[in-house]
Design a protein around this ligand. Structure first.
Ligand SMILES: Cc1cc2nc3c(=O)[nH]c(=O)nc-3n(C[C@H](O)[C@H](O)[C@H](O)COP(=O)(O)OP(=O)(O)OC[C@H]3O[C@@H](n4cnc5c(N)ncnc54)[C@H](O)[C@@H]3O)c2cc1C
Length: 270
């Protein structure tokens, strides 16, 4: 045992000596910078190291003001909610929906030229964090703009954007995203809804049914996924999926009863 201690002491002395020699030679033998945090390690330990996140996008002054306006700690918040009532009654009251619309919350990421708030992704996420005080409202707003109208925003042509976005931004029109079907959930490519070109080749006729569509009973604009026959590059005809903009006013759109849920009873799923 004592030999071992002695050995350790000798080893430590040798290390110290080597360090001294190195120092006098002008090198830095010791690591003096602070240890760099490991995000993955902390995650495994159940901790999120905020130091590892760097927000690179600048928040404009008015975005900052907007965020402060919605802070639940402010004395006169622009929106007061009775979440228990929303959950009990299974619907968001009309005056609350109107308030959400007047605050511009149906067009958070729609560019200002189309009447939206034109928020950045960062600001959308920050505002979303504050609005998420009520689950039903979060789901309603998210289904409208994070999926319902997103296709028009991302890949719509100029005519489609000009036609649909202003009324979606104001909330006059509510959007829904229609992918899921009674026999198709995670395996989205197995949808059976079919779109066929009319005889005069001027429009498509859609046939099929969708389930679990958030805002399904409220929406007037739907992004509907359907299979169409597409001629492939090798000349063969294949079934491929296409997203269609469907207006309720086109006719032929019917709804079943709203689904009941837990916790987000005030959001509308049909
Ligand atoms: C509140 C709510 C709102 C919704 N809103 C919308 C909406 O707005 N628009 C819309 O289109 N849909 C909506 N949906 C539907 C939702 O997108 C589907 O529920 C989802 O895609 C899963 O499909 P499913 O329920 O048929 O489950 P399934 O696909 O049948 O999956 C059941 C289980 O099997 C697992 N599983 C499936 N496939 C595999 C696999 N290959 N390997 C291993 N495990 C697998 C799944 O993880 C899951 O746990 C909503 C659903 C809910 C509950």
């Amino acid at each position: 045992m004592s030999g071992c201690v002695l050995f350790l002491r000798r080893a430590a002395a040798a290390r110290a000596c080597r360090a001294l020699v190195a120092l006098t030679a002008g090198r830095r033998p010791l690591r003096t910078s602070p240890p760099s945090p490991s995000f993955a390690k902390e995650l495994f330990l159940g901790k999120i190291e905020k130091c590892c996140f760097h927000v690179t996008e600048n928040i404009s002054e008015w975005e900052q003001e907007l965020e402060e306006d919605f802070d639940p700690a402010v004395t006169h918040p622009p929106l007061t909610l009775d979440s228990r009532k929303i959950d009990r009654e299974g619907r968001i009251p009309d005056d609350t929906l109107e308030k959400l619309k007047s605050l511009g919350l149906f067009g958070m990421q729609i560019p200002e030229e189309y009447g939206g708030l034109g928020l950045s992704n960062t600001m959308y996420a920050r505002l979303g964090e504050i609005i998420s005080l009520d689950g039903s409202i979060t789901v309603t707003l998210a289904a409208h703009q994070a999926i319902g109208l997103k296709g028009i925003l991302l890949v719509g042509n100029e005519e489609q954007k000009a036609k649909y976005l202003p009324r979606l931004a104001s909330g006059e029109h509510i959007a829904a995203f229609c992918l899921t079907e009674p026999s198709s959930g995670s395996d989205a490519a197995s949808i059976r809804t079919r779109a066929t070109l009319s005889e005069d080749k001027k429009h498509y006729v859609l046939n099929g049914s969708k389930v679990w569509i958030t805002n399904g009973g409220l929406a007037s604009i739907f992004t509907v996924f359907a299979k169409t026959e597409v001629v492939d590059s090798d000349g063969s005809v294949k079934d491929k999926m296409t997203a269609f903009i469907v207006e309720r006013d086109f006719g032929g759109v019917t709804n079943g009863k709203p689904e009941d849920k837990l916790g987000i009873r005030g959001s509308n799923s049909k």
